[in-house]
Ligand binder design. Sequence first.
Ligand code: CP
Length: 303
Amino acid sequence: IQHLLSASDLDATAATLILDTATEMAAMADRDVKKLPTLRGRTVVNLFYEDSTRTRISFEAAAKRLSADVINFSAKGSSVSKGESLKDTALTLQAMGADAVVIRHPASGAPHRLATWIAGSVLNAGDGTHEHPTQALLDAYTLRSRLGEIAGRHVVIVGDVLHSRVARSNVVLLDTLGAKVTLVAPPTLVPVGAGAWPADVSFDLDRVLPDADAVMMLRVQKERMGEAYFPSAREYSRRYGLDGPRMRRLPGHAIVMHPGPMNRGMEITPEVADSARSTIVEQVANGVAVRMAVLYHLLGSVK
Ligand code: CP
């Protein structure tokens, strides 16, 4: 494939190949092989119109470990503030020799538009409430490394599904890889149309936890809700937050995931986030190997 715009761009074979490659990349890092020459002479641009810590830094680290030149572009402080369009910005980056553009944008569909304007590869690093495919890949990598098989596992995704591109990409990829997914959210935070997704929907977290192999907590995205979000923070935490007593309803082998950034005390308590079951820091570390694998497969074979 040329672009990675959606988790649905990957069938099971392609997704598994990326996860296998990421395993090799992680093994090389463990053997202290700091850099591979694979993308020497190629240029990767990180084009971020929305804030990011994990995704931006790990794409930068991944590209550098593959010896690519990396240009970091943040909309803040650029000519975007003078009204320059995404298309003109993209054409400018292409004129500077970008072989791949990693884009995060508040508008759902922006990476798809970008892919029609530039010749290089486009990687979706999160577009609005739409998709975040490399997050789903690193989550799948984490699930596989902790639980062995993904096929047949039960993953429970909890919280603000309505605004979550992480949830959308995970539902697609986990279905592709044969997992069972249950979405748990207040009725106000379940997207219209989620009934057609390959996932069950529940409003009762306590009931689904004893049957989960993994529980993935989502950040409550207050910034996408305006003033009138519902339910209240206290009510949300009481019914949908993961605290110690709730975590102890999980089977012994089950893991707790969160894509970050977390609202500690809202969707997850510090006791849970910092517990032995939590894979939150591991997910961040896995993100570098997974993004190396994605860049390798998109850029490594064509010049
Ligand atoms: N998980 C994730 O996308 O985090 P950032 O917003 O920090 O990149």
